[in-house]
Design a protein around this ligand. Structure first.
Ligand SMILES: C[S@@+](CC[C@H](N)C(=O)[O-])C[C@H]1O[C@@H](n2cnc3c(N)ncnc32)[C@H](O)[C@@H]1O
Length: 239
């Protein structure tokens, strides 16, 4: 697993995504889930979004993360939650039981994977009228190849897509985009990352974790002008 994710797990960052809870609240306000429906969350981290969806619609949610420490912390944090089935696993190779979902949620996860292959897999796991919700960085252009490579290498991103490229890759894997909420659609998100997430920090944070956090802060500041982020809602094209 990459060092950036290990750092997020060590600090126990509860909203490890741009826009945090504001983005999540906005998208699900606009595109609610069905009550009691079956949901899959990929890369659930500390599990706060899973808990939010259970509280709001009483969904039954399979919440999966590849990082064991993240899931250990999530289980402790939401230990009373009966509707969340925690799964440690890599969703790209996980043998899903023959089960489809009404909603699949991935907040700041897909870019770490081979996106065309992930979308193909998710299309097969979604019910006919189900929706895929995903939050991702949007590359705005203007960086040198070596700068893009530095950014990708640090985070372990396999792709840095523009908004159009996201729409194209979705379309090529039989998803139609039904909505996009960008950071600037939400006035409370002013670009200064003013909402500091709650942390569930390890007792034994080491020097490496601190260095990785500092490097993340430096990259965020240096490359601020070249990226936005957006939440996409898609559904299967054959519907
Ligand atoms: C940037 S964090 C976002 C965590 C959480 N969604 C949030 O918004 O707070 C990315 C998460 O995706 C998980 N992840 C990355 N690749 C994964 C994969 N192939 N399968 C399952 N989880 C994955 C990481 O372990 C990490 O917890």
């Amino acid at each position: 697993m990459n060092e950036y994710m290990d750092m997020l797990a060590a600090y126990g960052v509860t909203s490890a995504r741009p826009g945090g809870k504001l983005m999540t609240n906005t998208i699900f306000e606009k595109h609610p889930l069905k009550k009691n429906s079956a949901v899959l969350e990929l890369g659930c981290g500390l599990g706060d979004t899973a808990k939010f969806l259970v509280d709001k619609w009483n969904v039954n949610i399979d919440a999966m993360d590849i990082n064991k420490k993240m899931l250990q912390k999530a289980k402790v944090r939401h230990k009373r939650e009966k509707n969340i089935n925690w799964i440690v696993g890599d969703f790209t190779s996980y043998e899903f039981p023959q089960k489809n979902y009404d909603g699949i949620v991935a907040e700041s996860v897909l870019s770490f994977t081979n996106v065309p292959e992930s979308l193909k897999l998710l299309n097969q796991r979604l019910n006919n009228d189900g929706k895929l919700y995903f939050l991702e960085p949007i590359y705005l252009g203007g960086l040198l190849d070596k700068e893009i490579q530095e950014y990708k290498d640090f985070y372990g991103f396999q792709h840095l897509y523009t908004e159009n490229e996201w729409k194209e890759v979705c379309s090529s894997k039989n998803f139609s985009t039904i909505d996009i909420v960008r950071s600037y659609d939400i006035p409370e998100i002013d670009g200064t990352d003013n909402v500091f997430p709650e942390l569930v920090i390890d007792n034994n944070l080491n020097k490496k974790h601190i260095e990785i956090l500092e490097k993340h802060n430096e990259l965020t500041e240096n490359y601020f002008a070249y990226f936005d982020f957006a939440y996409f809602v898609s559904k299967r094209q054959d519907n």
